[in-house]
Design a protein. Structure first.
Length: 387
């Protein structure tokens, strides 16, 4: 990695991964594990050591960061004081722009009385709460350990702590969920007046308990038609309630979009700290060791805790930028792509763009490439064509 490879005027973010949860949810394929039997203090110490090393690299010393995102796992399982201490340390170690966006993910049942006030005092200004559903029956189906009422209470506690930028995560296509149940959860979410909603379709990931149950026909899942009806309902209801859809699965009020994720979708630079975190900077993709125990040992031994690293060619970065950029409603600037990668969009993809355009899945207008209204529900299919 060479300092000259990095445009220091470009927005950059830092992602920190806390891999621990109270228990592992049946649908989850993320790098997370039940906290029982793990030494959280040892993990925090190792994570801090990695951050101190990274902060001393020439290319990070020269870089200004505008976002910090702490995800998991469930970061608030660390407790308010240790988590707030970590955030303050990161803000000291790295150069952040004035008033950076600082997001912390949490789940309703890991919010102790002092947690949110401590996070607010540490500078956290955006909270993302993993609700998934407000139906107790559906939450039980996917092994979530909180209730719908606890989800509502978590939002109220966040408000009382002074948070005015709150995201709620919801999932559609869940077991035992029909259109009415999804509409009810969405209505409850909007009644709580968050500034942001992330609404994802359930993906059955290989190796998860939920996928195993589906293979054994022990799962009552919505049909494709029901999924399509849910997607249409979500688009209509969010729009009526003043949420602007700015990415396939993300909706914001009053332009309170997630700056950290926008940087990611625009293929901007970001650092990754913690077990399993991935960094994308200076044309490199670097992944940390995912097993927290092995990660801790590597850091404590003075080693770089990397499991793999790869250099991405300009063509690979070009493709990634197209694919991720098309997730956003604003689409992609065609001349911006040419300027950034010195690759012509039309020469690169040839007839593929014409085929997708004739199917009314993409639109090319002036300097802009984006998905059409018909293309949005088929986004995965469209993006596969562009890989």
């Amino acid at each position: 990695m060479r300092p000259t490879d990095l445009d220091h005027n470009q927005q950059a973010g830092i992602y920190i991964h806390i891999p621990y949860c109270r228990s592992k949810c049946d649908y989850c394929s993320f790098n997370s594990l039940a906290v029982h039997g793990h030494d959280l203090n040892a993990y925090l110490a190792a994570l801090t050591r990695q951050a101190e090393r990274m902060a001393n690299y020439h290319w990070t010393r020269e870089q200004s960061f505008s976002t910090l995102f702490i995800g998991g796992g469930t970061p608030t399982i660390l407790g308010g004081k240790p988590l707030a201490g970590l955030i303050k340390k990161i803000l000291e170690l790295f150069n952040f722009c004035p008033e950076p966006e600082i997001t912390v993910e949490t789940n309703p049942n890991t919010i102790a009385a002092d947690t949110l006030p401590r996070l607010k005092e540490a500078g956290v200004n955006r909270l993302s709460i993993g609700i998934q559903s407000f139906s107790d029956q559906i939450l039980k189906e996917i092994s979530r350990t909180h209730t719908g009422a606890e989800g509502q209470q978590a939002v109220e506690l966040a408000r009382q702590a002074g948070f005015d930028n709150i995201n709620l995560d919801l999932i559609y296509g869940l077991p035992a969920q029909d259109l009415c149940a999804m509409e009810s959860s969405l209505a409850t979410a909007m009644d709580l007046a968050p500034q942001h909603l992330s609404i994802y379709e359930l993906m059955l990931e290989e190796g998860t308990p939920l996928a195993d149950r589906a293979k054994q026909n022990r799962l009552q899942l919505p049909s494709e038609d029901e999924i399509a009806d849910m997607e249409l309902m979500i688009a209509e209801k969010t729009s009526v309630h003043g949420f602007a859809r700015y990415e396939i699965s993300n909706f914001a009020k009053n332009n309170m979009r997630c700056t950290h994720n926008i940087n990611y979708w625009k293929n901007g630079p970001y650092l990754g700290l913690g077990a399993g975190a991935i960094a994308g900077i200076a044309g490199m993709r670097i992944a940390n060791i995912s097993d927290p125990t092995i990660y801790i040992k590597a850091v404590n031994a003075g080693e770089e805790p990397f499991s793999w690293a790869e250099y991405l060619t300009p063509a690979a970065r070009f493709r990634e930028t197209v694919i991720m950029g098309l997730r956003m409603m604003e689409g992609i600037s065609i001349t911006g792509l040419q300027k950034r990668f010195d690759i012509d969009l039309f020469n690169y993809y040839g007839d593929i763009l014409d085929i997708l355009r004739k199917k009314d899945l993409i639109i090319i207008e002036d300097d802009n490439l984006r998905l059409t209204t018909n293309g949005l529900p088929l986004a995965n299919q469209v993006l596969r064509e562009l890989v």
